[in-house]
Design a protein around this ligand. Structure first.
Ligand SMILES: C[S@@+](CC[C@H](N)C(=O)[O-])C[C@H]1O[C@@H](n2cnc3c(N)ncnc32)[C@H](O)[C@@H]1O
Length: 465
């Protein structure tokens, strides 16, 4: 598309997906990395379904909420789209998004929302980061003209929308250190040892990906994925281990497939344990290299406690925890319920849930693996019993309509709906409105500097008939 620039555009407000909206020449513009109130020249990059998408190329006036982003990679890295907006204002935008979705998509009748619960740590909150190696790092615009570009190898994040481009990261502020030191050391060591960096287009190269996990208990796991076997692997891992005594679990895999996922790969333990331990409330979780775990552990406790408070358990209830993942909500609720039944699609997550139930000596939980719309049927309910409380925490797509229909037939007195996408939540709630009243709405921020927001809703049955 031809280079198209709108000059002196006034940015109006923050909308979904971390974009801001503006109008120019009667057209709607979605602008990334903008802040409400900015006056800017906007370069249109894309046109989709009659809408224009662009980025700021010249900022004339900063909006009142704009601040200086902390990160040197802001604007290129896709991770923190809202770092240029103060955290309290980010929270206000997130709460406003929940409200707007409930009003505009769901046309819902709901009480005044509870004030959004922000994350105590707005930086260093993540417990897992995934990085990729590349033999040809992404070059910034200002580097294009420079003759000496320095090393071309990189270790960092995929540039949004570009599968074969990785931005070399110097410092990321989302995880505690020594994350940055471990990653920089891991890159330099590979360069010093002459190990080849991965070629994302033609597939090949020794150094492929690098995953770092940690826990609030101070344990660190590093998983190095190599793209092909190499005699230097053992020495590489040995040197990494010796440089960082904090690493309690050093794992590796040799992944020669075309895609990066390690879920179908054997991940071996080079040093330490094959898991790290993490605590949420009184529970201790074993987190393996393939385990799903909430990425903001401290805020996960706030989320789970909100769900527990909304469930208002007395000890006599049968609770269904739908989309249970590794069973963390089920286990968190178990000490106040008679029994909790968790259902989840991913077999491996259910294995983790069972391991964690045993690890915490919780025996009033039962876990099933399978597709929710197939598993949650009349036979299941007859076998397990009718639930008094249902907690549901579906993926971003929300619940399948058959699952919503089943919930309407089950008529549990209370439903706690935890969602990571208020628009699909609003859609599902609208389908349930005939039978269920929205009693409480509590947004929770798990991911500062991103546009994502979790929202917990308490529903109560209007009439049992
Ligand atoms: C938002 S996560 C819930 C995580 C969990 N409650 C926790 O706090 O850790 C949604 C979960 O739904 C699962 N899932 C997605 N589609 C599903 C389906 N059709 N049937 C059952 N589970 C599904 C995903 O594997 C994922 O674990």
């Amino acid at each position: 598309m031809k280079k198209f620039i709108f000059e002196n555009v006034r940015i109006e407000k923050a909308v979904a997906e971390g974009q801001c909206i503006a109008h120019a020449d009667g057209k709607t513009l979605f602008v990334s990395h903008a802040a409400p109130g900015d006056l800017a020249d906007v370069h249109v990059i894309k046109k989709k379904k009659g809408n224009l998408f662009g980025k700021i190329i010249q900022l004339h006036e900063a909006g009142p909420e704009r601040i200086e982003p902390v990160c040197e990679h802001f604007g290129v890295c896709g991770g923190c789209k809202w770092q240029h907006i103060g955290y309290q204002n980010q929270l206000a935008f997130k709460a406003a998004q929940v409200k707007e979705n409930f009003e505009r998509i769901g046309h819902l009748d709901f009480p005044e929302m509870m004030p959004i619960k922000g994350s105590a740590d707005s930086f260093h909150y993540r417990n897992k980061m995934d990085f990729g190696f590349t033999k040809q790092r992404y070059l910034l615009e200002e580097e294009m003209e420079v003759e000496n570009k320095g090393p071309l190898e990189g270790l960092g994040f995929h540039v949004p929308g570009k599968f074969d481009k990785i931005l070399d990261i110097h410092t990321c502020h989302l995880m505690d250190d020594p994350m940055n030191q471990i990653r920089r050391f891991g890159k330099q060591l590979a360069i010093d040892m002459g190990l080849s960096f991965y070629d994302l287009r033609n597939h090949g190269g020794v150094m492929r990906s690098f995953i770092i996990r940690n826990s609030t208990l101070g344990e660190w796991m590093v998983i190095v994925a190599f793209g092909e076997p190499n005699d230097g692997i053992e020495s590489y891992l040995e040197q990494l281990k010796n440089a960082f005594p904090q690493i309690t679990s050093l794992m590796y895999a040799v992944n020669t497939k075309k895609n990066d996922t390690l879920y179908d790969q054997e991940i071996k333990c080079f040093h330490g344990k094959d898991h790290i331990l993490e605590k949420i409330g009184d529970l201790t979780f074993k987190v393996g290299p393939k385990s799903f775990f909430q990425t903001n552990s401290r805020q996960a406790e706030i989320l789970y406690q909100t769900a527990k408070d909304f469930a208002g358990l007395s000890g006599n209830e049968l609770v269904y925890d739908l989309y249970t993942g590794t069973g963390s909500i089920a286990l968190y609720l178990a000490n106040q319920a008679k029994r909790v039944v968790g259902v989840e699609y991913v077999e491996m997550a259910i294995e983790d849930a069972r391991i964690n139930a045993e690890y915490n000596q919780i025996d009033n939980v039962q876990f099933y693996a399978g597709d929710m719309k197939d598993i949650l049927n009349d036979d299941f309910v007859e076998y397990e019993g009718r639930p008094d409380v249902i907690v549901t925490d579906p993926p971003r797509a929300g619940m399948h309509p058959d699952v919503v229909k089943m919930l309407l037939r089950l008529k549990a007195p209370k439903i706690v709906y935890v969602s990571c996408n208020p628009s699909t939540q609003a859609r599902d709630l609208a389908m349930m409105e005939e039978l269920y009243a929205i009693e409480k709405v509590q947004p929770v921020d798990m991911f500062p500097h991103t546009h994502h927001v979790e929202n917990v809703v308490l529903l109560t049955l209007k009439h049992a008939g």
